[in-house]
Design a protein around this ligand. Structure first.
Ligand code: AMP
Ligand code: ZN
Length: 427
């Protein structure tokens, strides 16, 4: 780790002192729930002398949440609850997350902090283009933006033409949007003959799903905005766990509310800063449903060095994948984001793609369907063939196997209003 500036060292120490106090409180509180009363029976807050001692505490997993659904993690009486959310269920049965009024307040403050950090102010008009309902991206950002004092438009997901009309009529300056939907919306602007850059847009908050730096740059170029990466998960309230600052070099974790560890997913011991591992979180300010050492399955690393913005909060790199979305093909490990990185850096490639895994005889194969921009699709066969070969070659350099590449017409692949489905397994 780089040597810390004395002032930064001071603030890190302060953060860690606060974390230790809050961790102990969390531990005691958690033991009021049926799940932790049993699980942590032999562990007392007095046993925790330093943040290192956390290594001796057992993990909590998504399966634990499922098995103790719906109220097994609750530490308050049910009449104190005011809200329920659920994880999006892209990876299995949903789990419920419960909030007291204090929890909603803490969450709104954290969200407002994120927005303020990237330059959102009360004069801004904020349009929230993610799904409301059980998904946390809707109400989570909504309450944060209202707390900051923005005119807040709960547009919800989908209905692209109406979205664009709202953006135009209310001179929206800030948008929260899932990156794959931001790319899709660009094609609707095109159909309508409208230029996004002529709108009043200034800031995009993009997150809820993995995406690459190339995708971010694309979104920034299309809309003429700055786009900031927003990370969270419903088990930790939702968005507002880690967020990029104006320097766009990793996401600061709000360590007063969440204790982050990055562990080797096999040995479950900490990896060195700068090395990729699985993110594990402990809530430090959660009332209804504290979670201790929750295994997210998200892969990232702590960034070393200090951030130019001066914040002492640790930064994590963008999420490169999940321990459970790795594709193993012909003995090679591949993450969908490696494919996205290549595709989104090629100007001929349109705004969507899909990876399909299938069997040919006994062999596993990968097919990548790639939307091509309209102007390139009108090229003659020979040129299309050459483009197909070029994409396959570029992919091979990144993922070490040659997938079958299929060029498809722009706007022809299925799209979702929520998190994009990038891989279909037909095996
Ligand atoms: P959910 O609880 O259903 O909202 O899903 C949370 C999951 O979405 C996280 O564990 C990540 O896998 C993913 N996710 C959320 N935000 C991001 C982000 N900014 N980058 C990559 N993945 C994200
Ligand atoms: Zn920063």
């Amino acid at each position: 780790m780089d040597k810390l500036h004395p002032e930064e060292g001071y603030w890190r120490e302060k953060i860690e002192q606060l974390q230790l106090i809050r961790f102990k409180n969390t531990l005691e509180r958690a033991k009021k729930s049926p799940f932790y009363a049993k699980k942590l029976k032999h562990i007392a807050a007095e046993d925790i002398k330093s943040l290192q001692d956390i290594q001796n505490i057992p993990f909590t997993t998504k399966d634990d949440l499922r098995e103790h659904y719906p109220y097994g993690f609750l530490t308050v009486s049910r009449d104190k609850l005011v809200r329920l959310h659920a994880s999006s269920g892209t990876t299995g049965a949903p789990t419920a997350v419960l909030y007291t009024e204090n929890d909603l307040n803490t969450w709104a403050d954290l969200m407002a902090r994120c927005l303020y950090m990237v330059g959102v102010r009360r004069q801004d008009v904020f349009q929230n283009m993610t799904g409301y309902g059980l998904f946390t991206g809707g109400l989570g950002l909504h309450y944060g933006a209202e707390r900051l004092g923005c005119l807040t438009i709960p547009a919800g997901a989908g209905n692209s033409k109406r979205q664009i009309k709202l953006l135009q009529d209310f001179e929206v300056t800030v948008v929260h949007i899932i990156p794959s939907y931001a790319l899709h919306l660009a094609t609707v602007f095109e159909q309508l003959g409208l230029e996004p850059k002529s709108f009043n847009l200034r800031i995009f908050l993009i997150g809820a799903e993995p995406h690459t730096e190339e995708t971010r740059r694309r979104i920034e170029q299309i809309y003429g905005v700055k786009a900031f990466n927003s990370y969270g998960l419903s088990e930790m309230n939702g968005p507002g766990v880690a967020f990029e600052c104006p320097y766009q070099n990793g996401m600061h974790v709000w360590e007063d509310a969440y204790l982050a560890e990055i562990l080797d997913p096999h040995t479950l011991t900490p990896v060195a800063d700068g090395k990729v591992g699985e993110l594990v979180f402990t809530t430090l300010a959660r009332e209804a449903m504290p979670l201790i050492r929750y295994r997210t399955k998200d892969l990232t690393r702590f960034l070393t060095g200090k951030c130019a913005c001066g914040r002492a909060h640790k930064r994590i790199d963008r999420i490169t994948g999940r321990t459970d979305d790795m594709i193993i093909l012909k003995g090679v490990n591949i993450y969908p984001m490696q494919v996205e990185k290549i595709l989104m850096s090629m100007q001929e490639v349109g705004q969507n793609y899909l990876i399909e895994l299938y069997k040919e005889g006994h062999l596993d194969q990968m097919r990548v369907k790639v939307e091509i921009k309209e102007e390139f699709f009108e090229e003659d066969m020979r040129k299309l063939k050459a483009l197909q070969t070029k994409i396959a070659k570029r992919l091979r350099e990144e993922i070490l196997i040659t997938p079958r590449v299929e060029l498809v017409e722009h706007n022809s692949l299925p799209k979702t209003e929520g998190k994009a489905v990038r891989v279909i397994d037909l095996r």
